[in-house]
Design a protein around this ligand. Structure first.
Ligand SMILES: Cc1cc2nc3c(=O)[nH]c(=O)nc-3n(C[C@H](O)[C@H](O)[C@H](O)COP(=O)(O)OP(=O)(O)OC[C@H]3O[C@@H](n4cnc5c(N)ncnc54)[C@H](O)[C@@H]3O)c2cc1C
Length: 209
């Protein structure tokens, strides 16, 4: 819902004015709002994103409180045997000290073996899940054996101001690689819907208003 014009018009509310079409001056107005961190007009643009992500990504995502979420229920639905296995180059090695880690791909030989261990572990977990279900254990209990890389699906409704805060944190190189992929995909959508506000955000060092 909304676009660049809506942001400019919400700001113009101060003067009791609004435009029917986007004017050249609106770009400057949006830049000024971003620069001075007058954030409220950006709340007038609202996105719904439908997401399929591993549970460990969803868990980080749901820390973003200024949004609404509706998620697939493992109490009411049987979860499909669908889990995230990192590509070989994402079986990463952690180096350095706390708060100052760097991550690098492992030697391919090692990565290959570790990828196999992950896959087999997930398959075994799903076998156990199905065994428990087949003996009548409730879904809400049987799911306890599933790993955090099991895929979940959810919808999130988030306004542009909060979405800028999300991508500012989650597209940053220090963020978990997996959530960064989603954040960068969100940015592409944001840029399509509100190109001027997105440019202002990027130009102002990606600080959310
Ligand atoms: C690289 C990275 C590492 C992280 N590591 C950890 C970790 O180790 N452990 C951990 O627990 N979390 C961690 N987090 C999560 C982080 O601390 C935030 O909880 C999360 O990123 C959500 O950010 P947020 O509060 O700005 O977003 P939102 O919850 O969407 O809030 C948006 C804005 O609203 C305001 N706001 C919201 N709620 C309140 C409130 N109660 N009081 C005052 N103002 C509020 C703030 O201005 C906030 O920035 C990490 C995040 C990142 C990006």
């Amino acid at each position: 819902m909304g676009n660049d014009l809506r942001i400019a018009n919400l700001a113009r509310q101060s003067f009791g004015k609004s435009n029917q079409t986007f004017q050249t001056g609106d770009k400057g107005l949006i830049n000024r709002l971003m620069k001075d961190r007058h954030g409220t007009p950006f709340e007038g643009v609202v996105f719904t994103f439908s997401v399929k992500a591993p549970i460990f990504v969803a868990r980080e995502w749901f820390r973003h409180r200024i949004a609404s979420y509706s998620e697939l229920s493992g109490r009411y639905s049987e979860l499909p045997p669908d889990f995230y296995i990192p590509e070989l180059e994402q079986i990463r090695e952690q180096k350095g000290k706390a708060m100052d880690y760097t991550f690098a791909p492992m030697e391919l030989y090692g990565a290959d073996a570790f990828q196999q261990i992950m896959r087999e572990t997930c398959e075994r977990s799903f076998e156990s899940y199905h065994t428990l279900l087949s003996h009548g254990v409730a879904k809400e209990v049987a799911r306890d054996v599933l790993p955090v890389n099991t895929y979940t699906t959810f919808s999130t409704i988030i306004n542009l101001r909060s979405a800028f805060n999300f991508v500012s944190q989650r597209s940053h190189p220090s963020a978990l690689w997996e959530i960064r992929q989603y954040s960068q995909a969100m940015e592409l959508e944001i840029a399509k819907v509100v190109p001027h506000a997105y440019k202002a955000f990027v130009d102002k060092n990606r600080v959310a208003p």
